[in-house]
Design a protein. Structure first.
Length: 414
């Protein structure tokens, strides 16, 4: 990988001509796929002279950060067409709503029809391919961040069969996603590359553990189990409540506290979670911190991270916890199993059977009460993240794959 200076020097050549990469993201939400993309774009901007044109199909909490790249938000909520689209959906006219959504968002393809490389982030951005002229030049690359359940929800088999042939290459965020594409979606293995998600890593300033616990109303010497994600079925917040109940039943002598980080601060899903917590008799031991710009100020309070997702391709929350020296216990649900296996005979995370809450509770309690085991697993996981899953390490490898598919996107390359 060449440095920014090398890129800029090569631009001075009379045969050099900068070329643009066109990026379509399904949203600017604070979730895995947009966050990986944002880090990748930040690295490209800081380390290369490649020009990037960005469009978001809808906005979200990261929309302001995407503005660094003059990103256009095409499906902005609140517009008249958006309100009409939502009204059609509420009336059960889903096909008409989808058609209107594509009419609003399809113009993104026209804006990028001359780009030598079009990068689609998430299968949820695939529908815009319907508007890409078949005569358009350039390579289409799809970065897939979904496993089967999210895949079906976002694109479905019928649309996949129609649009997948228009994709030249697929990048999978984990080996499990690659397996899905090859074995269950009919993609040739020569058209698939694996690039795991990545994070920037902890800042030089370590978050204050005691302050984090004070903000949450947790005693300084308590045992704290954390979880993170939006409050939706796939992430399993209700399973986390069951975990808390079972762990407290197994060890009533321990001062156990449970923190869910993420999601909205109000709304139907939050109210349901609060109802479950109250019904389980956990109100004094369960804490909810809604989505925040500085999650490390909450995760600093954790002793152990419980990943209760039913399905998760390669969760960034796992990497973030590991980078802070917090060990993960997870169901066998996708990416965590792959991460754990990277440690060989000494797994980098604890993995239990799918939705086996009792086994998860036992492993959580073991880590909370065995300081040596907790530090040993956390240390190995942290070292692995630093070596393989930081932006400075992973982003250049992702760019090299894109350059191999379309060398002209490198400014200064002829």
């Amino acid at each position: 990988m060449r440095s920014r200076d090398n890129y800029e020097q090569s631009q001075s050549s009379p045969t050099s001509e900068p070329s643009k990469m066109h990026v379509i993201a399904h949203s600017g939400s604070r979730s895995g796929a947009p966050m990986v993309l944002l880090r990748f774009l930040d690295w490209i901007s800081a380390s290369t002279s490649i020009e990037v044109d960005v469009a978001l199909l809808k906005g979200g909490a990261l929309e302001v950060e995407f503005e660094r790249f003059d990103a256009r938000v095409l499906g902005r909520e609140g517009s008249r067409l958006w309100m009409l689209q939502r009204g059609l959906a509420n009336l059960g006219l889903r096909r008409s709503a989808d058609a209107l959504a594509m009419m609003r968002q399809g113009s993104t393809m026209w804006a990028g029809r001359q780009a030598p490389l079009l990068l689609l982030n998430s299968v949820a951005s695939m529908p815009v391919l319907r508007y890409r002229p078949r005569s358009a030049d350039g390579i289409v690359v799809l970065y897939v961040h979904e496993l089967d359940t999210s895949f079906e929800r976002n694109v479905g088999t019928a649309m996949w069969d129609r649009l997948a042939p228009r994709v030249d290459h697929f990048i999978a965020c984990s080996a499990g996603v690659a397996e899905m594409l090859i074995e269950r979606r009919g993609v040739g293995c020569d058209r698939v590359s694996v690039h795991h998600g990545f994070i920037d890593g902890p800042s030089g300033r370590r978050a204050d553990r005691a302050a984090a616990r004070r903000r949450l109303g947790i005693p300084a010497d308590a045992h704290v189990v954390g979880a993170s994600g939006s409050i939706e079925q796939r992430k399993g917040p209700e399973v986390f409540v069951r975990l808390a109940r079972d762990a407290m039943a197994l060890r009533p002598d321990l001062d156990l506290h449970f923190v869910w980080l993420g999601g909205e601060s109000s709304g139907g899903a939050v109210e349901q979670l609060r109802h479950d917590v109250h019904a389980a008799g956990l109100t004094a031991r369960f804490h909810h911190q809604s989505e925040t710009d500085v999650p490390e100020e909450t995760t600093a309070a954790f002793d152990c991270f419980a990943l209760t997702s039913r399905e998760d391709p390669f969760p960034l929350t796992m990497l973030e916890a590991a980078s802070l020296g917090i060990p993960t216990v997870s169901f066998d649900n996708g990416g965590v199993s792959e991460f754990a296996a990277a440690g060989g005979s000494e797994p980098l995370a604890r993995v239990v059977g799918h939705l086996d809450v009792g086994a998860m509770a036992a492993d959580v309690l073991w880590l909370l009460t065995d300081d040596d085991a907790r530090r040993r697993i956390a240390g190995r996981a942290r070292d692995h993240v630093i070596e393989h899953h930081l932006t400075a390490v992973a982003a250049p490898k992702l760019l090299e794959t894109l350059l191999g598919l379309q060398p002209s996107i490198a400014a200064g390359r002829t």
